[in-house]
Design a protein around this ligand. Structure first.
Ligand code: PHE
Length: 467
């Protein structure tokens, strides 16, 4: 086998640097903003359990596959897939994983940046003392008043896009390592403080029950698809983000171990966020199914009622912005790396192009919460009856594109790559580690993706009626 080269974009300085960067990509709005609200919309316990199952059986093996492909290909996901397909004597079709990923990255970042912009705006609100002594109704009104203002939301989306593209232009490895090293632990501590406050409220037990006691009658096909899609979303899988971070990974680092750390940290943060939020929902009579506004309505109440709340609230939203920032960078990196590799652009030019396109797309989401809140393009279909442009973007990317991308990655890594290649690249040391991984990535992960699609589309009920 030819000596494997390094990526032209550089390499992580150590294993820890990769773990930090990958955790930075994984831990983001998905954990703190999205997980609680979708758990709330889908009835809690059973949804959470199904989500955890998806993380273990689908997420972890596919994450290992993605890191492995990235490290072997050492280029942007499009070129990595082209090269690996060639190397394994497979069809060039497999580049589609890279292309689909670039598209998903643009679409996700377009709305992700808007929500991160909300968090930015909330930093200022927090420090101005806007949450002091606030109750449920006021918190709701505060949020509604802000998102109704298209100019304000657009402004903060713009600010967030600028700070993201500045880091991307400089190259993801500069600064990112250090930032994540301090900010992640800080975020964890603040979440623990919030859980501590939640424990002191009357709704704590009700909140925990909601989150952890499964009621399987609530687990619809829709909920299952949402949970599976979110497993991909929260681990940054299925679109090349983890693949490109894998391409900067030094040769001798154990992929299995690092994957466990990243998936573990990501899951911990999501569960803590849920434990901080649901007790407040029940204590203050808010709706568990409030949707995307959930954390912006609940957390200000907690901060408004604890000593030092002004400072802690400001700090919390700053950390949330950082968590979103480190995820955003990885969403656009596959596209930027490709532009540098194939169009010979400088990083700064490539970042500018990618940034402007995403920024413009973002206005579909900015307006979804105000002037276009009545625009429901697919209202003719039952599932999308109430879906705004933002809802559709989220559904298309998280529930369809990422699982499909992940499915193709599993098939390629499990079936089309020779065992010799995958074994050599993974170098799993645990006894039986490799065969277990191979089994999961060949059968369980792709099988589960297909099964969930089938249950969701109702094909299952249809088949049951026939037989
Ligand atoms: N994992 C990130 C989060 O949970 C979002 C993300 C998805 C980042 C896909 C990169 C790729 O917020």
């Amino acid at each position: 086998m030819a000596e494997r080269k390094q990526s032209i974009h550089g390499q992580w300085s150590s294993r820890l640097a990769f773990i930090m960067a990958a955790t930075g990509s994984a831990v983001g709005l998905g954990n703190i903003w999205k997980f609680p609200y979708i758990a709330g919309e889908n009835g809690g316990g059973a949804f959470v359990l199904f989500y955890l199952l998806c993380i273990v059986l689908i997420g972890v093996p596919i994450m290992m596959a993605e890191v492995m492909l990235g490290r072997r290909g050492r280029q942007s996901p499009i070129n990595t897939m082209r090269e690996l397909a060639h190397e394994e004597s497979r069809h060039g079709f497999w580049q589609i994983v890279g292309w689909g990923g670039v598209l998903a990255g643009f679409l996700i970042l377009s709305y992700y940046s808007v929500i991160a912009g909300w968090a930015l705006a909330y930093v200022l609100k927090a420090f101005s003392g806007a949450f002091t002594g606030i109750g449920g109704e006021q918190s709701k009104a505060l949020f509604g008043g802000f998102t109704n203002d298209a100019y304000a939301v657009g402004f903060w989306h713009t600010v967030f896009m600028i700070i993201t593209m500045v880091v991307v232009a400089r190259g993801v490895r500069h600064g990112l390592e250090k930032a994540v090293r301090y900010l992640m632990p800080a975020l964890l501590i603040l979440l623990l403080v919030l859980v501590g406050y939640a424990m002191s409220t009357d709704g704590f037990v009700t909140g925990l029950k909601f989150l952890f006691a499964p009621d399987f009658s609530k687990l619809s096909g829709d909920a299952m698809l949402e949970a599976m899609g979110h497993a991909f979303f929260t681990l940054s899988l299925g679109m090349g983000a983890i693949m490109i971070y894998g391409s900067y990974l030094p040769k001798n680092v154990s992929i299995a171990k690092t994957t466990f750390y990243v998936a573990g940290a990501d899951t911990l943060v999501a569960l803590l966020a849920g434990m901080a939020i649901f007790p407040l929902v029940f204590t203050y009579g808010l709706e568990s199914s409030a949707g995307p506004s959930l954390i912006f309505q609940t957390l200000p109440i907690a901060f408004g009622n604890i000593p030092g709340g002004v400072f802690l609230a400001g700090l919390f939203f700053i950390l949330l912005v950082f968590a979103a920032w480190t995820s955003s960078i990885s969403l656009i990196e596959p596209a930027v790396a490709w532009l540098v590799e194939n169009r010979g652009m400088k990083r700064i030019t490539a970042s500018l192009w990618a940034g402007v396109v995403t920024w413009l797309l973002g206005f579909a989401t900015v307006f979804s919460f105000n002037i276009w809140s009545d625009v429901k393009p697919l209202s003719g279909l039952a599932t999308f009856e109430k879906s705004t442009l933002f809802d559709l973007l989220d559904y298309l990317t998280a529930n369809i594109m990422l699982p499909l991308g992940g499915f193709l990655i599993a098939i390629f890594a499990g079936w089309l790559m020779t065992r010799k290649s995958s074994k050599e690249e993974l170098k799993i040391k645990f006894p039986y580690g490799y065969p277990v991984w191979l089994f999961l990535v060949r059968f369980i992960a792709p099988g589960a993706v297909i099964a969930v699609f089938i249950v969701k589309t109702g094909l299952w009920t249809w088949a049951k009626n026939i037989f």
